[in-house]
Design a protein around this ligand. Structure first.
Ligand SMILES: [Mn+2]
Length: 357
């Protein structure tokens, strides 16, 4: 619980001249309460904090959330106004990156306090979320472990004739059996020519001899995501396929080796990109090298050509270079890692040498 209290306190301490923060985004609410929620509100005043939920969530939240005052509302506007009155809140900030214009207008009209659109509040929450606590790291590890176990099991099932959709359905089923609350995104299990589509959608295409198969998969455990990509070969793989695989593998390993506190996301991307470009395939690597992973599948920091993020110990980042040859095949290899002072710890334990089934 202490983790949640310190997050709330950090926001209370950053209120400045304002009296309170009204948090409306589901992800921020989960981050501050530990409860995955929709249609709730968190109010953080200088002395006290409140979690407002409706009847549907009341029993579960009252049982599991002990570090914040839980308020069950019938009409959220009335409840928020009551709390504002009780804590004397006249000037209240909201997250500028989470509140839509219509919500902002509605809250401004109906609430007793002056509602202030605050990029600083969004930045503060972002700054807290970007560095993971040990508790969050455990959940990220567990999410990866679930995805890995499902992946290893599904490899026994993958053979010529099995369709992309069957592979993805089985992976999702296995992840849920192993404790995932859901998949982290629509699983990418694509074969043959479709591996040249970085975000291809599984179809009725069946695995054929000579195919590459790309698995880009992840599970969610207690709100936290995992993200891993492996490319494998089926039967008779060409020299060109091996060559491209080895270039991506080299780019992946060198970029991984570059990860440590103090290095920029730009440099991690550049390490991977230079290897792919020097090999003559730069224009076939059309996405960024990586992103953070946490309560969201894509979050800060970013490792790309426009990134200004500097890695710090406790951040997560993926390293996922790829080469995609249109109408032929593609290769991507991805691990998610935890940045440490002098390097990184990888969440994944699945080998990355090319395997042929
Ligand atoms: Mn990714």
């Amino acid at each position: 619980m202490n983790g949640y209290i310190s997050r709330i306190k950090a926001i209370a301490d950053s209120l400045g001249e304002n009296d309170a923060a009204l948090i409306t985004s589901d992800i921020s609410i989960t981050y501050l309460t530990g409860y995955q929620h929709s249609e709730g509100y968190v109010i953080i005043g200088k002395e006290d904090a409140f979690f407002l939920v409706d009847f549907r969530y009341a029993e579960a939240v009252q049982k599991s959330v002990k570090h914040i005052n839980v308020v069950v509302f019938e009409n959220y506007i009335d409840s928020i106004n009551d709390i504002f009155k009780n804590i004397g809140a006249k000037s209240v900030i909201v997250e500028s990156d989470a509140v839509t214009l219509s919500t902002y207008k509605n809250l401004s009209e109906k609430l007793s306090a002056t509602i202030i659109d605050s990029p600083e509040l969004s930045n503060k929450i972002g700054e807290l979320r970007i560095v993971k606590t040990s508790d969050e790291v455990e959940k990220l590890r567990k999410a990866q472990q679930i995805a890995e176990e499902a992946y290893l099991e599904v490899l026994d099932f993958v053979k010529v004739g099995v369709t992309e959709k069957e592979i993805s359905a089985r992976l999702e089923y296995l992840m849920k059996l192993k404790g995932a609350e859901r998949v982290a995104f629509e699983l990418i299990t694509v074969t043959g020519k479709k591996t040249s589509l970085p975000h291809g959608v599984p179809s009725d295409n069946a695995v054929k001899d000579g195919d590459f198969i790309t698995f880009d998969i992840g599970a969610v455990y207690d709100g936290y995501h995992s993200d891993m990509t492996r490319t494998i070969g089926v039967g008779n793989i060409t020299d060109e396929q091996r060559e491209i695989y080895n270039i991506v593998f080299d780019a992946h390993l060198k970029a991984l080796e570059s990860v440590k506190a103090g290095v920029s996301g730009f440099d991690v991307d550049k390490t991977a990109r230079d290897i792919i470009t020097d090999a003559g395939y730069g224009k076939y690597f059309g996405h960024s090298t990586g992103h953070g992973v946490g309560l969201e599948i894509h979050e800060a920091p970013y490792a790309g050509q426009r990134s200004k993020d500097i890695l710090k110990a406790g951040m997560t980042v993926t390293v996922e270079p790829g080469i995609y040859l249109p109408d032929k095949f593609g290769v991507r290899i991805e691990d998610t890692v935890l940045v440490t002072e002098d390097g990184y710890e990888t969440f994944a334990s699945i080998p990355k040498e090319l395997i042929i089934i």
